[in-house]
Every structure is written in structure tokens, then in C-alpha cells.
Ligand binder design. Sequence first.
Ligand code: SAH
Length: 223
Amino acid sequence: MIESTRLQGIGMTSRRTRERLVARLRKAGIVDEQVLERLRDVPRHLFVDEALAHRAYEDTALPIGHGQTISQPFVVALMTQTLLARSPQRVLEVGTGCGYQSAVLAPLVPRLYSVERIEALAQRARDRLRQLSLSQVSLRCGDGYRGLPGAEPFDGIIVTAAPAQLPPALLAQLAPGGRLVVPEGADGVQELAVYDKDTNGSVARQVIDYVRFVPLLPGVTAR
Ligand code: SAH
């Protein structure tokens, strides 16, 4: 009884607060209706600790353990919108974390792969996506510096941890006509860079925003 009242409470609060989040994202320049719909519908409170669930619909990054974070909704929306502008068919995400960005993106692209270096996070993300019936995402534990050899090429790549510079393997696994979105820079504030590879293979880079991501780190680890 107490439990169901509590859940109802969360349900009602979150509907209103989710609409508020979407209004805020619109104001901040997100125009892709599909993306806004996902940001409204994906239950972000299920991707953070219960103790932080009441803050899940604030437009802010939050800790998810293992020294990592769930990305800020505006940045998820901006990166997703930027990636989808090229209608990618095969997408690679580097840095699954809690799986929130994967959940937002999964129904919007035909094929989604996501790679995470911390085994414990990859496993939890897999469980969550299954609960949400989004098990069509291929989640792998691996070192995203290397991309996902064997599954390339991708015509969309979204990197959600910051390398000092774009790892060459990721650019190599980007198909002609593809787009890659990545926060680039050493500690602190990074450039949110967009790389477009044309059909001849030449690459153009533009910076669309400034962001703060956790660093891209080499190697795989259990926790
Ligand atoms: N996409 C997430 C953001 C997660 S934070 C979201 O939706 O909220 C970034 C994640 O990148 C962390 O979980 C971190 O462990 C992971 N990461 C860092 N370096 C990596 C690498 N080389 N390969 C794969 N994942 C990496």
C-alpha cells in the first residue's frame, strides 16, 4: 500500500516534471520532435540511484557510481539530434554508462551498438534496457578507443566520454557519408565536435557547443 502510493506519487510528479524538461529543451534549441518525445518518455529516474530519483528530470548530469555520470538531458538531446540529422542506419555509441543515451536513441535508429569499458555498468545497463523492452541494442564490454572491430562500418558514431583527441580507430570505422559526434579535449571543458565524412572519404570538423564529460579511458575493467 505504502509502496504503491509512493510509486504513484513518482509517476504523477514525473509526468509534470518531464513536460517541464521538454519545454526547457525546446527553449534551449532542440527542434527534433522525435528526440523531444524520447526525452519525455524515457524514465530517466530508473537510470539513477533511488536516492537521486527526485532529481532525475533536472537538466543536469548526476553520479551513477564508479566515478561516472549520467549525461545532462540537454547534451543527450543535442547529440542525438545532431547525429540523426544524417539519418544513420548503423550507429555506435562509445560509453554506455547507465544506458540512458542508448535508451533515447534505440527506437530512432535501425541498428545500435554500444560499448562500455566497466563490466559492472555494462551489465546493469543491459538489465535496464531489457526491463524497458529495448533489448535490440547490442551492448558490449570493451575499449571504445578501438571502436567495435568486426561490426564496422558505422554511419553514425556518438562518443559520450571525452578523449583528448579523437581516437583514429573511430574515424576509420566511420562510413563515407557518416557523422561522428564527440566531446574533445583534455580535463575540464571540451569542444563538442562533429565530424562529417563525405562520400570521397574526406572529413570536415565543426564545433557546435562546449560540454563537460568524464574522460575516455583506455582498457577494460570489472568495476
Ligand atoms: N552515455 C552515458 C554517459 C556515460 S558517462 C549516458 O547516457 O548517460 C561515460 C561512460 O564512458 C562511463 O561509463 C565510462 O566508463 C565510459 N568509458 C570511458 N572510457 C571508455 C572507453 N575507452 N570505452 C568504453 N567506454 C568508456
